[in-house]
Design a protein around this ligand. Structure first.
Ligand code: MSP
Length: 519
């Protein structure tokens, strides 16, 4: 089977990482970890988008070179992903010589094939958005809105990529490939945009205006514009070689194409839904090598997108310091439906953590290990009765189906339901009463086995979501963390005579009387 290739958007290094960026990486990481623990080879790529006008301007303001400016921010992204246990297999940084070579190779190839041409454009240009704006962008008052920043009239020679001539191909592709975009409602949105597509894509900037970019191989007076450069990361870091025949590459193992691209809704139209499939099509990629897109929504703050330009970002490093990486990962996956928006609220983070993890799973683990130790020196007796088995089996099925449709929130619901069922089982079976009479010894063994076995399965299910905690649970259950795989998520994994270790808190309660992190 082909490796599972998953990517995220590459983050702009024109500002510090925020919790919106973190969500996307955690989402893709959970999907990657789920595939790995299902036995699939995974290639997970994330990284940074380092070129562009904004970077050049920010560096100028600070009186430093753009390379130095991005180096600092790149380090912040890298260390955050490491703190959040993001398990990417490769790192896409657009200044990497490997990437630069690949972008230049593709540009030359498209230029030679007549897909790129030179032309003059006169028009209004928005410095902030790094693009020409047309009358369509004017507000009812005839002015360009504040989102465009300063708009000036300029005339410029540039290079253009032929987009429009591929419109009918893309329309047909969208119509005939229902799995191109998840969720479905975004496909309609994209279809409407493709229908209206006119004009070609300006892919260059004269060096007089922008130096911080990849030089066009056929004209050293120009650099390529940020989207053309950035989108190619998905293939350059997968080992794509513009000079080798494409069909040989598509069948090689190193080039694990197509990837599932995890992106936010703001970069679907036009970048990933229009430019990227057309670029690949123009390079010669066949229809079955056009990558599917998983489009997630936004984390908002009181209804507005969390973003650097709005100045309402929540710093993930502060959240991690206060609550720990697992709590942050858990909240970011538990409180949002993939594809929809959600409102970020630290109080909700505390509530979900305390109810589901501290009181739910943490309590279950603690009770199970304590009772096993107190009544049986930690030793389990295997058991064939039903007990918690049907609940565990249906949780595993619901969880698997949820992950397969890229819906970690529903997977978490299955986990929480199973933990609740197990905690109720403790209350109903009252092991402390069973422990009082010798005639209930077998019944007590049964309950303890069912609790331990359910906790083991919960550790497997938690592994893609809160990997550090899952490993700690495995250690306390005295099982090898390497056995936390879906193949082992079948009932009866703990052998007769297995001895559990001592409990220590995995999910210490968050003290909600202290003020939460302010947004
Ligand atoms: N550099 C481009 C992507 C190039 S991909 C070839 C870019 N960078 S970004 O830093 O602005 O955004 C990176 C990703 O983070 C995008 O997918 C974007 O949707 C996501 N998010 C940024 N803010 C977000 C929220 N507030 N909530 C959820 N995700 C958001 O776009």
């Amino acid at each position: 089977m082909k490796p599972y290739f998953i990517t995220t958007a590459i983050d702009y290094t024109n500002g510090a990482p925020h919790t919106g960026h973190a969500y996307e990486k955690v989402l893709a990481d959970a999907l990657a970890r789920f595939q790995r623990q299902s036995g699939r080879d995974v290639f997970f790529l994330t990284g940074v988008d380092q070129h562009g006008q904004k970077v050049q301007q920010s560096a100028e303001k600070l009186g430093i070179q753009p390379a130095e400016f991005v180096e600092n921010l790149t380090a912040q992204f890298r260390s955050l992903w490491s703190d959040l246990a993001i398990s990417n297999n490769a790192w896409a940084a657009t200044t990497d010589p490997l990437h630069v070579r690949c972008v230049q190779g593709i540009l030359q190839q498209l230029f030679d094939a007549g897909q790129i041409y030179r032309s003059t454009q006169t028009g209004h240009y928005s410095v902030r958005q790094e693009q020409f704006v047309t009358d369509k962008e004017r507000g009812p008052d005839g002015e360009f809105g504040p989102e465009w920043g300063e708009v000036t009239l300029i005339e410029e020679e540039n290079y253009y990529f032929r987009l429009e001539k591929h419109r009918d191909w893309l329309l047909d592709y969208v119509d005939t490939h229902p799995n191109f975009i998840t969720p479905e409602f975004r496909r309609t949105e994209l279809r409407n945009a493709v229908e209206k597509l006119t004009g070609d894509l300006c892919i260059s900037r004269p060096k007089s205006r922008l130096q911080w970019g990849i030089e066009l191989p056929f004209d050293p007076d120009f650099v390529t514009y940020v989207w053309f450069d950035a989108l190619i990361n998905y293939i350059s870091f997968a080992g794509y070689e513009p000079s080798s025949p494409l069909n040989t590459q598509l069948s090689t193992l190193n080039f694990t194409w197509p990837a599932l691209h995890v992106i936010g809704k703001d970069i679907l139209i036009p970048a990933h839904g229009v430019y990227w499939p057309i670029m690949l099509h123009a390079i010669g990629f066949p229809d079955d090598a056009i990558p599917p897109l998983l489009v997630h929504g936004w984390w908002n703050i009181s209804g507005a997108k969390m973003s650097k330009s709005l100045g309402n970002v929540v710093a993930p490093t502060e959240l991690i310091e206060r609550y720990g990486a697992d709590a942050v990962r858990y909240y970011l996956l538990a409180d949002i439906v993939t594809g929809r928006d959600a409102d970020f609220n630290p109080t909700r983070l505390e509530e979900r953590y305390n109810s589901d993890l501290a009181n739910g799973i943490g309590n279950l683990l603690n009770r199970t290990l304590n009772m096993a130790k107190k009544y049986r020196e930690g030793v389990l007796r295997s058991d064939t009765t039903d007990g918690l088995r049907p609940a565990a089996e249906s949780a595993v099925a619901a969880y698997t189906a949820a992950f397969e449709r890229s819906d970690p929130r529903a997977a978490i619901d299955a986990i929480v339901d199973l933990a609740n069922a197990a905690n109720q089982h403790v209350d109903q079976s009252a092991p402390w009463k069973l422990a009082k009479s010798e005639s209930d010894a077998a019944a007590l063994d049964t309950v303890l086995y069912h609790l331990a076995e359910t906790t083991r399965i919960l550790a497997i299910l938690l592994n893609p979501i809160v990997p550090t905690a899952a490993e700690k649970i495995a250690t306390q259950l005295a099982i090898d963390p390497a056995t936390l795989t879906m193949a082992n998520a079948t009932w009866g994994g703990l052998p007769d005579g297995h001895t559990l270790s001592a409990p220590s808190p995995v999910f210490p309660r968050i003290d909600t009387t202290k003020s939460s992190v302010e947004s």
